[in-house]
Design a protein around this ligand. Sequence first.
Ligand SMILES: Nc1ncnc2c1ncn2[C@@H]1O[C@H](COP(=O)(O)OP(=O)(O)O)[C@@H](O)[C@H]1O
Ligand SMILES: [Mg+2]
Length: 527
Amino acid sequence: MRVEDLPEAKRPRVQTDNDCTGNLAIDTDDAKQEKISSPQVLLVDKYRPTKLSQVIGNAAKVTVIKEWLSNWRALAEGKQQSSKRRAKAILISGPPGVGKTTVARLVCYEFGYNLFEVNASDARNKTNSLVAEGLKNSLMNLVKEMVTNSAITVSETRKKMALIMDEVDGMSSGDRGGVSELIGIIKATKIPIICICNDKYAPKLKSLLTHCEECAFQRPMRPQLVKYITEIACKESIQITPEQVSELLETCEKDVRLTLNQLQLLAMKIKSHGLSSRTIKDTKGSPFINVERLFDHGNTSTLLVKERQAFADVDLMTLFIQENYLNMRPAIAANDHDRMRLIAAAACRISEADVMSKAVYVEQKWAMFPMAATLGTILPAAAVSGKREQLSAIPGDRNFHRFPALLGKSSTRTKVNRLCQELTCHYTCGKPCAASGKQLRLECFPLIRARSLREMMFTGKGGREQEGVESVVSFMIEYNLNREDWDTLHDLTLLHGKGPMFQSVASVLCSKVKSTFTRTLNRSARF
Ligand SMILES: Nc1ncnc2c1ncn2[C@@H]1O[C@H](COP(=O)(O)OP(=O)(O)O)[C@@H](O)[C@H]1O
Ligand SMILES: [Mg+2]
């Protein structure tokens, strides 16, 4: 019997081994059936969709892939009629566990393709990078041969082949050539290539985007998922209420694979200890997602779940709340007075959290930590929960929770302090003085700036730029200051205001004066 004659569920799946040696492994469905009947079988394998109609959500995206694949041959042979430019590869992107790999396989099966499946991130995290490099190259060579060898690919009598490159964003930075290699393969390919990634905006995939059709998967809708998971729980005789399913989905961020795994874990725990909500997975998620959840007025999760959202990274979440709470329009505020009252309440919680954090970190009173964390995150967020609004009226500015500016500012402060120290050190080496760095910065440096700028500004006229420049240069040499110190001095003392004294040096001095200054200083520099 030929492979083509087998029913869909019985077709062999050709894929590379996970050890990334490039050997092909044939995974027949008989073997799969054997695996499933064992008691250890995973729910994700047992309930892996075998038809596209069983896949939850993303129906429109499935159609896009189908359309692309059905037009593929015409495109490769240059018979494409449509005015729309089509690519020889498609890039499926989306969060983990929403069915990207499953859909890619099923669409290929539906169109009668045999699969060559490569997990692009296989060569990653090997302890010996040379080994990884070698493996990667042999794998890539194999893939190249696979997609360009006409004996394998375009023979009418043989089964059609397609390549799935899974997790292309997992190509580690070690294999830099990875993506460009892949682009080369796409250009030369004689078979359809389906690339799969989580984040299509990853910088390293930027060049890949222009060579692929795009198809972005989204997380399926909650009601569909609740129904699907409840049905599976019912079939498996796992006693779980729809509310618990909903909570499970939330903590798993609607990742179907993770939800099924957690459900299985839950079932095992129910068997041994009885159901406990603590068995539900810790929430990770990015701080942006967690802050959105905490500010969401519709978030009716229990305190336990909110704690997980807030405590994933308490220090950062506290800063996130502080950065964004003023932008919230609380859902329960009927008017602006109410709004102010609620914002004030949130501010009180934040300041109490601040006092408590000091006790925790300075006096090492760790018993107070949970309280400090709750006061700094969950309570202020709950007080102002509602919709975020944009207070600064910059047109086109997107309305999303901002990253704590404090972190950026503190890094700027560290840099400024370092530069100021250097400047002070040079200055006091040139002329011993009793003033501290702070005094110099506040009192002395602004004067130097004003004087030197004034001299150079007024001498720049009528070909007399040398005069002012020379006096400034001799002053700098006397005080042991170099060209970088000059830039630092002007950056540190620049104030906001109107007039030439408040503008940066670059905009005040003409280029002729600046180049004369640099030349003269370099010529007379002693260091
Ligand atoms: N949309 C979905 N519908 C039904 N099951 C799904 C869906 N998404 C994921 N699953 C389950 O999760 C498992 C892993 O899915 P997979 O396609 O590998 O996810 P991805 O490639 O997006 O990370 C599947 O075997 C299936 O059991
Ligand atoms: Mg996958």
